[in-house]
Design a protein around this ligand. Structure first.
Ligand code: PXG
Length: 290
């Protein structure tokens, strides 16, 4: 089905949605983005995504030419215009067209794109079997270099790690902080379960503060689990009862093999299954109506 894309103030047909090759998003990865889901006619945690988009933009001094409410309305409008009840939404704000130098001052007008489409989920079989992952030799970049909390268009740090995963036949890849602690994956946050206590890397380790991560922490605590944001190494991960990943696209997916070590009994565990069921239930009812 032909999609209509929001581009710089108007809805255009997908084939006509073109951005300049002088756009610094293209030339330098200079811009920010969000990936958002809609379930059953409701956009899941829209406010949190819009807030994070504006925070990313503020840090890189990119002025979004809309207010937060206006941006939320445009995202809903993009879903409506495409007749979507369940959607994967991509919002991209780039520095806009400039000259060939990297100076952002030469880019007078940011480019704003909103795409709403159906999602290519991980195949359902992977939720039943669990993922195989490995650790990357590429470290998560430190906050002083490029803060992982900024959801920027420059994903080469993650992509270099993902290439290693592909080469080793893995579906995701664990990235460590510079000190060697578990940080997160290329496009997912990571959790482990030990004696029914849930542990996840603390924000200071240099991670994207995932909105699914936040939802899972909240859901788990409400369900009576103890959740600790802390520091741990691969040793703890390899010896965990369960490991699972969270992200907007993946939701909650179990990991059963890490660096050729079998996690727990080698099958997706009960805590992840419990949290996924609760997450999916919540996603159907929570959220702003399209
Ligand atoms: N860490 C990183 C580095 C990410 O890029 C997450 C964690 C999970 O965050 P949320 O807020 O989604 O729970 C991400 C997610 C995709 C996709 O299509 C996702 C991301 C980036 C690019 C594509 O799944 N970021």
């Amino acid at each position: 089905m032909s999609r209509r894309i929001f581009l710089d103030g108007a809805f255009v047909e997908k084939d006509q949605a073109r951005v300049s090759v002088f756009d610094h998003g293209y030339l330098y990865g200079d811009g920010v983005f969000e990936g958002i889901r809609a379930y059953c006619g409701r956009i899941f945690r829209l406010q949190a995504h819009v807030d994070r988009l504006f925070s990313s933009a503020k840090t890189v001094m990119l002025e979004i030419p809309y207010g937060k409410q206006e941006m939320s309305d445009l995202i809903r409008e993009t879903c409506r215009i495409n007749g979507l009840q369940d959607a994967y939404i991509r919002v991209v704000v780039s520095r806009g067209a400039g000259d060939l130098g990297l100076d952002p001052l030469k880019c007078p007008q940011p480019t704003v794109v909103i795409i709403a489409d159906t999602i290519a989920l991980y195949p359902e079989a992977l939720y039943r079997s669990g993922l195989k992952v490995c650790t990357s030799s590429i470290r998560r970049q430190r906050a002083e270099a490029l803060n992982p909390q900024i959801k920027s268009l420059n994903y080469l740090n993650s992509i270099l790690a993902k290439i290693e995963a592909n080469q080793r036949g893995c579906q995701e890849v664990v990235m460590l902080s510079e000190e060697g602690f578990v940080a997160e994956c290329s496009a997912d946050n990571i959790f482990m379960v030990r004696d029914r206590t849930i542990l996840t890397p603390a924000p200071h380790l240099g991670i994207l503060l995932g909105i699914t991560r936040d939802t899972v922490i909240d859901t788990a605590r409400a369900a009576g689990y103890e959740v600790i944001e802390t520091t741990f190494t691969r040793h703890e991960l390899w010896n965990a009862d369960e490991v699972f990943l969270t992200g907007t696209a993946a939701e909650i997916v179990s990991v059963v093999n890490i660096d050729e070590r079998i996690v727990g009994d080698g099958k997706p565990g009960p805590v992840a299954a419990d949290l996924l069921a609760q997450f999916r239930e919540r996603a159907k009812h929570d959220g702003d109506l399209i």
